[in-house]
Design a protein. Structure first.
Length: 511
């Protein structure tokens, strides 16, 4: 398989938009399309014109925008019994004015009978005539064979006949779809191999869903069997459990199997997080290659080993996908973790320093540290220990059922006291707004900070209403991003402390 060429095909703007969490406006779809175009994505499926107002308007505004990628309009075969030239959906595809059209059609006989409520032959005729209509209108047609693997498992002959109908109509690509994510890799390989034998001169594609957690290996197996076009979404977004994640399958294809996609893998991390900001679906922290934990080390043994050998606990160089190595300081850390922590934040420290043992002990006592806690801990033992501001007693949040939460915050800055009262969408939001307002009188740059992620979890093994909670906050200001992590039994107070420490870190580092 080494040096085999694969052709990536992105469907984030269509299949990915079906993710229940996705929030894509026309502007956001255009932003994602431009970023994928900059990356060099060969094909970008923009949506289903006519299906909704956003997709229809997107195709109007996207004309001429892309420089490197081919924009694709998606739609379905004509309705049963309707001549293609009279089908509204097919005519909307023509109005989108894309050179390439992807047409989805039924290939699972059971689905044809139960969903379309027709017989096998009329469906085959509709596939051929629909594809033929578009090709005669000078469109290049990719045929998405919906449920093809399910159809092949039940009735191999009909599944192949559906592909033959698309081929007869003039389709250039036959994309085999594991629509339910129901199949195992061995079957994907076998079925794709037989399809390639049946259609040796056709380009095959693979469209895998992840319902069984097998989308990546199923995609790889389809490529091994002869598929060339790899359809998927950025970060694996999509309906139910999503589609194959292009930001996982493409690096895996290149670094593990020697498959050439023609895309710069060093952009993978940036693309993943750019799209996540646009569709408001965060990249999972433990995602391979692109998650913030993908190359992050916590245990003292691992930190020590990784410092001595770059390959000790990392399967590839993080820079090859645009990520980087990082270390988490916690109760599981040791001396090496403290050395790494000091170096990371620019503090001079060696093991003979009297503060070294104290730092190790304090790190273990705190149990978990974000960037802010690391820096403030070092500042306490190796710096002046003085922080830019203190939140004073009397600060409070009033969260009465049925009323908008109200926060009253008093801060001390250089001996001066400032206080503000603010309403918020929730108790933490109210506290955050009041804190920023109070601090902005002295530190106007505090308003540059945005909360990129705010997560509350129960540490493993904890339960009950008195259990500790862990509040993780990821903050950003301009191009800087940092974390603040605090544990405590009072969720509101713990969240407030995470923000206070996160803001003190920012001000110490930049004033």
């Amino acid at each position: 398989m080494k040096n085999t060429k694969i052709i990536p095909y992105d469907t984030t703007l269509r299949d990915g938009a079906q993710d229940p969490r996705a929030r894509l406006s026309v502007a956001k779809k255009l932003a994602i399309a431009r970023r994928l175009d900059e990356w060099g994505m060969p094909y970008i499926e923009g949506g289903w014109p006519g299906a909704n107002e956003i997709d229809t308007k997107f195709f109007q505004e996207a004309r001429g925008v892309l420089q490197n990628s081919q924009l694709i309009a998606f739609g379905m075969t004509a309705r049963i019994g309707v001549r293609p030239e009279n089908d509204d959906g097919l005519n909307m595809l023509l109005k989108s004015e894309t050179r390439v059209v992807t047409l989805v059609g039924k290939t699972w006989l059971q689905n044809v009978k139960r969903t379309l409520r027709t017989e096998g032959l009329p469906n085959l005729e509709t596939i051929q005539r629909s594809v033929e209509f578009l090709t005669k209108e000078s469109r290049e047609v990719f045929f998405d064979a919906e449920h093809w693997f399910d159809g092949f498992a039940q009735d191999p002959q009909y599944a192949m006949e559906a592909l033959e109908a698309a081929q007869a109509g003039g389709a250039r690509v036959l994309a085999l779809c594991d629509t339910r994510g129901s199949c195992i890799p061995e079957f994907i390989y076998k079925a794709t191999r037989l399809a390639k034998k049946r259609f040796p001169d056709m380009q095959l594609g693979i469209h895998a869903h992840n319902d069984g957690g097998l989308a990546v290996i199923n995609t790889i197996n389809a490529v091994k069997a002869g598929a060339m076009q790899v359809q998927g979404t950025i970060n694996g977004v999509g309906e139910r459990t999503g589609n194959v994640d292009l930001c996982v399958v493409l690096p895996t294809a290149e670094f593990k199997y020697g498959l050439n996609s023609g895309l710069d893998m060093q952009q993978v991390f940036d693309v993943a997080h750019f799209v996540a900001r646009q569709n408001e679906i965060p990249v999972p922290d433990n995602n391979p290659y692109t998650g913030i934990n993908a190359f992050r080390h916590k245990a003292g043994l691992h930190a020590s080993g990784q410092q001595r050998d770059d390959e000790a606990y990392q399967h590839i160089n993080p820079a090859s996908v645009g990520n980087s190595t990082s270390f988490v300081q916690s109760e599981q850390g040791g001396s090496t973790n403290v050395e790494i922590m000091a170096k990371k934040h620019g503090f001079e420290l060696n093991r003979n320093d009297p503060a070294f043992i104290l730092l190790v002990q304090e790190m273990k006592k705190l149990k978990v540290l974000g960037d802010a806690q690391e820096f403030l801990l070092l500042h306490k033992f190796l710096g002046s220990g003085v922080e830019p501001f203190d939140v004073l007693d009397g600060s409070r949040v009033i969260d009465t059922r049925g009323l908008t939460p109200e926060a009253h915050v008093r801060v001390r800055v250089n001996g001066d006291t400032h206080e503000e009262t603010t309403l918020g969408d929730g108790p933490i939001n109210a506290f955050d707004l009041a804190l920023k307002k109070a601090l902005s009188q002295k530190y106007p740059q505090i308003n540059n900070i945005e909360i990129d992620d705010y997560t509350v979890t129960l540490p493993q093994g904890e339960s009950g209403s008195a259990a500790e909670v862990e509040v993780y906050v990821r903050l950003k200001a301009n191009e800087d991003t940092w974390t603040s992590t605090v544990r405590g039994t009072d969720q509101q107070r713990t969240g407030e402390d995470a923000l206070i420490q996160g803001y003190n870190y920012y001000l110490l580092k930049r004033t």
